[in-house]
Design a protein. Sequence first.
Length: 220
Amino acid sequence: MTGGWTAVKVRFPKYNQDLLLLVVDLIGTFVFAAEGALAGINAELDVFGLLVLSFVTALGGGTIRDLLIGAIPPNSIRDWRYGATAFAGGGAVFFFHPLFQRVPAHLMISLDAAGLALFAVAGVGKALEFGITPLLAIMMGAVTGAGGGTVRDVLLAQVPGVLHSDVYAAAALAGATVVVVGLKMKMPRGMAMSLGAGACFALRMVAAWQHWNLPKVIVH
């Protein structure tokens, strides 16, 4: 080395994500980022806190999944499109929050269910691509769908909604299971993912409508 710092060019190992997974992942990222930003507004965070919450909500679950399955560095760091999409969702809410806050509650539940469904099928699909066994791949689908919201609630000093709200992570597990079963039955990948997303979305919406909850112990 001849004085000064020597530039070192770092190359990440190549991972070619197919177009279907990428599109599903990015749509889910935007939806969850907007939801995280709305939570930030309700918590009266400043713009920095709002964007951090958007990023964590949108990409926290996928980051945990990638670390667990060995997809390192995670897509949230490897691919600029994920961070850009998350910040775009948060920025849209910050600049146009009156429009977002006028969105009816049932529509927000629908968008949340759509984001959960998209992330669940994207999560199980990526886990399977990395050779993870079907059972654990299903778990990775649930982690992808519910992980970001869990981290968001922890940052806001709340008990994570996934631990006590209407059927949520269970819906992600159901959707991911449909994907795995569909692929085992030799369905086209797009069809299996569509059926899985539909199953997750439908279960989550019915659970929210009927106020279904998983069994729990009541202490008197």
